[in-house]
Design a protein around this ligand. Sequence first.
Ligand code: AN7
Length: 360
Amino acid sequence: MAPTGGIIERYRQFLPVSDRTPLVAMGEGNTPLVLSKSIGPELGARAVYFKLEGCNPTGSFKDRGMAMAIAKALEKGARRIICASTGNTSASAAAYGARYDLRCIVLVPAGAGDVAVGKLAQAMAYGARVIAVKGSFDAALRLVREASERLEMELVNSVNPNRIEGQKTGAFEIVDDLGDAPDMLCIPVGNAGNITAYWKGFKEYWEIAKARSLPKMMGFQAEGSAPIVRGEPVETPTTIASAIRIGNPASWQPALKARDESRGRIDAVTDEEIIGAYLRLARSEGVFCEPASAASVAGLMKLPSLGVSLEGKTIVCIITGNGLKDPSTAERRARVDFEFVEPSLDRVEALLGGQASRIR
Ligand code: AN7
């Protein structure tokens, strides 16, 4: 048994694992499902939970799928892995590559702010070869799909079905924790691999009666990067949520299937709504996530205005990545003026003894 735990060991009977598959693990999965104490009650829901995927080893949900993809890559004797990424996939691939001696090559969009600094710092620290493509994420993904075939490298984007297999374990954990599926799952949508994976996981558990119900899948794209909502690719996607700045999602069709089979929806949220949810999560729930992750909560908070009743509902929001991934957004959007003080107790008392702090 692997002392480092992980999703492959825990869910191996549901995963493409044989005796020859290495138990790749560094503590991914088993993430907290935290009850909302402010947003849920305000919305009149029965219960809203946040699944904190930022608690995975590299700080995002990608580690679930990456563990599985790396296990299968090792099983077939791959030496090099490659991916395109808005940041988190590259950080995850680089970490598992480092741990399991696979040379890791990542292609990221080259524009300023295209990849949050925390993610780039991670990929570099883990020793990946980082190549900046003068184009969008979509262009980088097109390139790696072709390059991986021509150069015999293992592609570890979510077009690799092993990534989806690993990521579906998030749905298993929710059902294992709640005893059934929630009424709704709120999830950010970028390349649309994760919504595809969660739907697969919920269905698989339902088919073997581990869950009595299926959730409505509620996906949220950023308004400037909402190809699925618009029904056509977006040539130059824009949004503050760089992780989901994707104009032509690879798993577009499976995402539509998840939406339609579950009688859910895929909607857009504005950057303003994303930042509102981002600060609300931090300040009233103590949950610091990256902007893309806040899209799930921004979407949830918007549902009543779209005519969706939340009354009596149990809802899970997937908080896909840690806020520390993108410190620049926090610095820009959460800044309050610093207060300076002389190193004297009297001065500190003068500052704090009277009215409450200005922060709120
Ligand atoms: C925090 O890392 O696409 O819909 O290259 O990092 O499965 O793409 C990241 C996506 C949501 C969207 N939240 O998930 C990448 C990348 C965070 C993310 C998404 C991403 P998908």
